[in-house]
Design a protein around this ligand. Structure first.
Ligand code: ATP
Ligand code: MG
Length: 564
């Protein structure tokens, strides 16, 4: 049941960043474009990261360069190996490959330290004894200039000595920092003597206890880019105001190459959140089944939910790369996913809320295999045998004893088509003592085998069904938006109060067709008339669990129709 998805080489849209890369190549400013994706291993990747991955790896592919995977592991307090492993698995699953270009900022700690010493020597950095609170107070605001630290003009030798002693572990956390000596009056707060190093007594997942001072993002990032020969360092808009500092450091250090930073708008989606801190809170608070919960916007969650990588890549292309922040509809992501699945997903039968139908004139012990196409959109997908017998399951809501005016499905005396099998006519109902219908009686027309009548009769409804004797029991988890509001936590509301109480509905009495016994986690199928579903990792021998990936209803198409 494997379905091939095309490699991530679909022609990308030209956006302003691709224009910049193309112009740099055309002008000979850059020979081979090198980009990087720089996750901090402090959580799982989410759909926003996927956008950045598609952009960075996509540009490298399209322009004949490469993309480095660099772990920005400069904060040992929050980083874990589990995240390093998960991030690599997620990027691969998305369809991208960094080849030999796997790096860790922590590999550059010695070089970064040397450069910091050099900045002290040239008078461009100093050790500051102010506390974090005092530094904040001295920093000023957008409208008020900052004040110089009393330590700003301490002798170079004193800073050199103190910085070395910071490294050897003489001082506790927060006692001192290393700051660049730029301009406390700068209108750009990032240039008001930014912190380059802080003391953090913590064991680092890779460097262990070798260090107790760690470079800040600002000091590590651009220099890492330069060490790796990154030409286009593409990040999200919140770093725009850091660019002057990025450039200042590159210009004041003898770095081996000259990278440039470009910023694009981060991806925002309705009905979910992208903050790793909040996502971690959902996991540790037990609100979800883990980082890979099918409701999470994480790549691991989307995968478990059954979203194909191709759908996620197409979504990234669809939303494009812009310079202004915006929020996209979750329905658009689902639309991209549905688009791929409609083409690739095999069709299967499942009955979520079963009611028994007994075909009274069908021989008691007879079983026959009817042939059902695997994908009407793709004849090459072939067909499969599905067993048919005297006792069947159909959906309870495909029957009404007293049919409403526009209800065309099964009702007493009415004939419907059982998909790819026979026409059946309901001849009676069996009720329990409370009056609830518990079984339907029916007859069938043997001449309609395969689902068509030689006399041209055409029932108004076609139902899916399962042979009761052959159907496999399954648990089915129906997923909906994680947050019921499009803008969780907006207007000062508590984010957790916006959680959708019906984001997961577990259906325990469902049945699926026997061919799904071997369903694999990455195979998303269409349960005919119900939606797209995939086997969940919780599936165990004899205990099938399926997740609803998306419904068949395309709300995005509706949104678009309304707009046009
Ligand atoms: P934090 O820094 O708060 O831990 P982060 O989401 O910025 O969270 P990083 O690991 O630093 O996480 O991100 C790695 C890369 O992914 C960065 O280049 C960042 O700009 C990019 N990125 C993160 N979130 C988004 C988003 N929503 N849309 C697009 N790119 C994103
Ligand atoms: Mg970040």
């Amino acid at each position: 049941m494997t379905v091939e998805s095309s490699p991530p080489s679909a022609p990308e849209r030209r956006d302003f960043i691709r224009e910049i890369v193309a112009a740099d190549l055309a002008a000979g400013r850059v020979a081979v474009p090198v980009t990087r994706f720089p996750p901090e291993p402090n959580g799982y990747l989410h759909i926003g990261h996927a956008k950045s991955i598609c952009l960075n790896f996509g540009i490298a592919q399209e322009f004949g360069g490469w993309c480095n995977l660099r772990f920005d592991d400069t904060n040992p307090a929050k980083e874990e190996q589990e995240y390093v492993d998960a991030i690599q698995a997620d990027i691969r699953w998305l369809g991208f490959d960094w080849g030999e270009h796997l790096y860790f900022a922590s590999d550059y700690f010695e070089q970064l330290y040397d450069w910091a010493v050099q900045l002290i020597r040239s008078g461009d950095a100093y050790v500051d004894d102010l506390s974090p609170d005092e530094i904040r107070a001295h920093r000023g605001t957008l409208t008020k200039r900052g004040r110089n630290s009393p330590w700003r003009d301490r002798p170079i030798d004193e800073s050199l000595d103190l910085f070395e002693r910071m490294r050897t572990g003489e001082f506790p956390n927060g006692a001192r920092v290393l700051r660049a000596r730029i301009d406390m009056a700068s209108p750009n707060l990032n240039l008001r003597d930014p912190v380059l190093y802080r003391i953090v007594h913590a064991t680092h997942p890779r460097t262990g206890d070798a260090w107790c001072i760690y470079p800040t993002y600002d000091f590590a990032h651009g220099q890492s880019d330069a060490i790796e020969g990154v030409t286009h360092s593409i990040c999200t808009l919140e770093f725009e105001a850091h660019r002057p500092l990025y450039d200042w450091l590159i210009e004041h250090l003898p770095v081996p190459s000259r990278p440039h930073q470009y910023e694009f708008a981060r991806l925002n989606l309705t009905h979910t959140v992208m903050s790793k801190r909040v996502l971690l809170g959902l996991v540790t608070g037990g609100y979800v089944r883990g980082w890979d919960d099918p409701r999470m916007p994480t790549i691991a969650g989307l995968r478990r939910r059954g979203f194909p990588a191709e759908g996620i890549r197409n979504f990234a292309t669809e939303v494009g790369v812009a310079k202004a922040d915006s929020v996209h509809e979750m329905a658009l992501l689902e639309h991209s996913v549905r688009d791929v699945l409609n083409r690739t997903a095999l069709r299967r039968f499942a009955v979520l809320d079963p009611i028994r139908v007994v075909i009274e004139d069908y021989p008691e012990d007879q079983v026959e295999d009817v042939d059902v196409p695997n994908n009407p959109e793709d004849p090459a997908a072939g067909s499969r045998p599905v067993p048919f017998g005297r006792e069947l399951w159909i959906e309870r809501d495909d029957f009404m004893e007293d049919p409403a005016p526009r209800f065309f499905r099964l009702a007493p005396g009415r004939e419907v088509r059982l998909r790819a099998a026979y026409f059946v006519t309901c001849t009676g109902v069996v009720k329990d003592e409370t009056g609830r219908v518990v079984e339907l009686r029916a007859t069938y027309d043997p001449a309609t085998r395969g689902g068509d009548s030689p006399d041209g009769r055409r029932p108004k409804a076609t139902l899916h069904w399962l042979s009761a004797r052959h159907a496999l029991p399954a648990e089915v988890r129906l997923y909906d938006y994680l947050f019921s509001r499009p803008d969780p936590g907006a207007d000062g509301r508590d984010l957790f109060e916006d959680l959708n109480p019906d984001s997961e509905r577990v259906v325990s009495g469902a049945f699926v067709e026997p061919s799904l016994a071997e369903a694999r986690v990455d195979d998303t199928v269409q349960f005919e008339r119900l939606g797209y579903f995939c086997a969940d990792v919780d599936t165990a021998p004899g205990a099938l669990v399926f997740n609803r990936t998306v419904t068949l209803k395309d709300t995005w198409a509706k949104v678009q129709a309304k707009g046009s």
